[in-house]
Design a protein around this ligand. Structure first.
Ligand code: 0WD
Length: 256
């Protein structure tokens, strides 16, 4: 049987064809999973429906979910519980910061901008894990998306780097909390990939060039590679792994 045959997996964060969550969708679909999607905006919903049709992927369910709202999260997972019952995995591929704070000096970050980045990019995983564990009654894997800017100072990544540091620490604390229910929590730390969100980070093209030049594999990663690594972390193949950050970056992070 296929790796995720009969498994119900929630995917959060498909905005368009370039989204990392779309690469993940293809990997999970190819592994036989039943997919449940959450979107924030109507615009993304329309795009997602078209993308799914074009790729002949039949979604099990699509629900709206704005991670900035506890009410929206609880409605979304309530609907998932009612219509799907049990879920076996969840992919969190959501982040946000004000564009004008993804350049210049981190020291200039506003209080509001700091809190917004933390709320959407880090706290959302906490809130979603709390809601998802009620529906993950047979155990499973939760996987989020992070970036090297959590560990090192990367020019312009600023407030988002600090939010990703918080996200990675949350992965560890959450892993401890839900481990007793057979639920694992891990992160993929992807190299730079051209997406809608990446466009918001100043000087993004330079970052991709550095990977091609310096990473052991001398090439950039793409959505499909992140998709396959995420599939591994969602599936039972990684049943011994939790609280981990797996780098999918052509090995760039090992180079000094
Ligand atoms: O180089 C990159 N692109 C990397 C991205 C490298 C390493 C990590 N990542 C991370 C991002 O930080 C993020 O956590 O991967 C994740 C996905 O990013 P992406 O695929 O680059 O971004 P994008 O295609 O823009 O999707 C981001 C989505 C939003 O799209 P819409 O158009 O609906 O705003 O994040 C979601 C949303 O789907 N999002 C929200 N979802 C629910 N509630 C919210 C929100 N409040 N805000 C943003």
């Amino acid at each position: 049987p296929e790796l995720l045959q009969g498994k119900n997996i929630v995917v959060m964060g498909v905005a368009n064809e370039r989204s990392i969550a779309w690469g993940i969708t293809k990997s999970l679909h190819n592994a036989g999973a039943n997919l449940i999607f959450t979107n924030r905006q109507e615009r993304s919903y329309q795009k997602l429906v078209k993308l799914l049709e074009k790729n002949e992927i039949e979604p099990k369910l699509i629900v709206s979910c704005d991670v900035a709202s506890d009410e929206s999260i609880s409605e979304a997972f309530g609907e998932i519980k009612e219509k799907v019952g049990v879920i076996h995995g969840l992919v969190h591929s959501v982040a946000f910061a004000n564009r004008d704070e993804l350049k210049g000096e981190y020291a200039d970050t506003s209080r509001e901008g700091f809190l917004l980045a933390q709320e959407i990019s880090a706290y959302s995983l906490v809130a979603v894990t709390k809601a998802a564990k009620e529906v993950m009654t047979e155990g499973g894997g939760i996987v989020t998306q992070t970036y090297l800017g959590a560990e090192r100072v990367i020019k312009n990544y600023n407030v988002m780097g600090v939010a990703k540091a918080s996200l990675e620490a949350s992965v560890r604390y959450l892993a401890e909390d839900v481990g007793k229910y057979g639920i694992r929590v891990n992160a993929v730390s992807a190299g730079p990939i051209r997406t809608l969100s990446a466009k918001g980070v100043s000087g993004f093209n330079e970052k991709a060039g550095v990977i091609e030049e310096k990473a052991p594999l001398r090439r950039n990663v793409d959505q499909d590679q992140v998709g396959d690594a995420t599939l591994f972390l969602v599936s039972e193949l990684s049943r011994g792994i939790t609280g981990e950050v797996l780098h999918v970056d052509s090995g760039y992070h090992i180079i000094g």
